[in-house]
Design a protein around this ligand. Structure first.
Ligand code: AHM
Ligand code: MG
Length: 336
């Protein structure tokens, strides 16, 4: 494997974004700097997640470890990591994190042109059993970086300039769209670099997998119940779909993106707006799905058209392969 060991002609994520930037001569490199800080945050969190099982040796979260330092819970630590990485980029002016009730307005001397919405560690209930978790983010360019207001982030998802996620799974995978397709990168731990491994991801037009928490079925509305029934008992003589549900959005969406099919977190009687958050869960994943040739629908409209009124607002979501989401849309249209 001598040849492989010497491979330095790889497309790293930095090289990739610099290449994209050179296609926009007006670009000042701000986005590249912002993104490299996000990537740094992901590498940091990846290392922390990989060591989560060893945490017992050095002290449990909330307790003091042998060095006398307080151990932070991984989701709190991840939030700190991204907030610091984003502010120190000097390219952000508003941050919205799932972990913080209020938006953060960056101090004037460190302000830049971007607003970043993110879930620093999604699926954190899965940490203790070693299941894949991830970071999700979306990026808006603001109109006014001198006196920014919350309106800059209460924007429909279609106004995002970029979105992506990092999955801390059997390998660490970074998936990104800057509005010109979707590309996937895998962390090479020996280099500490994300390498382009999944160029120009396109989701299959139709898939064989559905992904939903079926334990909520008794509270579903008619179209959702009907759709899932059809996945199991197709009317056109085709084979039933397989069910895969991890309960970690990044992992469930990542599989949907690569293998095709549909991921849904619908409304139910108990949660009329579903569970997932518009700004930093629904929008970034919907952006990626559309960029990969799929669709994302809320049960009422195209997900990316939604105008959020609150930074932590929730919405039902159906996303994935174009034809599978089309079927859901038809069932909701037939209802009214
Ligand atoms: P979290 O932000 O509290 O981690 O919750 C979000 C997670 C998603 O990753 C996942 O899709 C969903 O919750 C699973 O919810 P449920 O356990 O209700 O199926
Ligand atoms: Mg979350």
């Amino acid at each position: 494997h001598a040849a492989e060991a010497n491979r330095t002609d790889l497309m790293t994520i930095t090289r990739f974004v610099l290449n994209e930037q050179s296609r926009h001569p007006e670009s000042r490199g701000d986005f590249t700097i912002l993104l490299s800080n996000i990537v740094l945050g992901c590498k940091f969190v990846c290392t922390a997640v990989n060591k989560a099982g060893l945490a017992k040796l050095i002290g449990l979260a909330g307790e003091t470890n042998v060095q006398g330092e307080e151990q932070k819970k991984l989701d709190v630590l991840s939030n700190d990591v991204f907030v610091k990485a984003l502010i120190s980029s000097g390219r952000t002016c508003i941050l919205v994190s799932e972990e913080d009730e209020q938006a953060t307005f960056v101090e004037p001397s460190k302000r830049g042109r971007y607003a970043v919405v993110f879930d620093p560690l999604d699926g954190s209930s899965n940490i203790d059993c070693g299941v894949s978790i991830g970071t999700i983010f979306g990026i808006y360019m603001v109109k006014d970086s001198i006196e920014p207001t919350l309106d800059e982030v209460l924007q429909p998802g279609k106004n995002m300039v970029a979105a992506g996620y990092c999955m801390y799974g059997s390998s660490c995978t970074f998936v990104l769209s800057t509005g010109a397709g979707v590309n996937g990168f895998t962390l090479d731990p020996s280099l500490g670099e994300f390498i382009l491994t999944h160029p120009d991801i396109k989701i299959p037009k139709k898939g064989k997998i559905y992904s939903v928490n079926e334990g909520n079925a008794k509270n579903w509305d008619g179209p959702t119940a009907k759709y899932v029934e059809r996945c199991k008992f197709p009317k056109d003589g085709s084979s039933p779909k397989s069910l895969r549900y991890i309960g970690s959005m990044v992992a469930d969406v990542h599989r949907t993106l690569l293998y095709g099919g549909i991921f849904l977190y619908p409304a139910d009687k108990k949660s009329p707006n579903g569970k997932l958050r518009v700004l930093y869960e629904v929008f970034p994943m919907s952006f990626l799905m559309e960029q990969a040739g799929g669709q994302a629908f809320t049960g009422k409209q195209r997900a990316l058209d939604l105008v959020p009124m609150d930074i932590h607002e929730r919405s039902p979501i159906f996303l994935g392969s174009y034809e599978d989401v089309e079927e859901v849309k038809a069932l909701y249209a037939a209802e009214d």
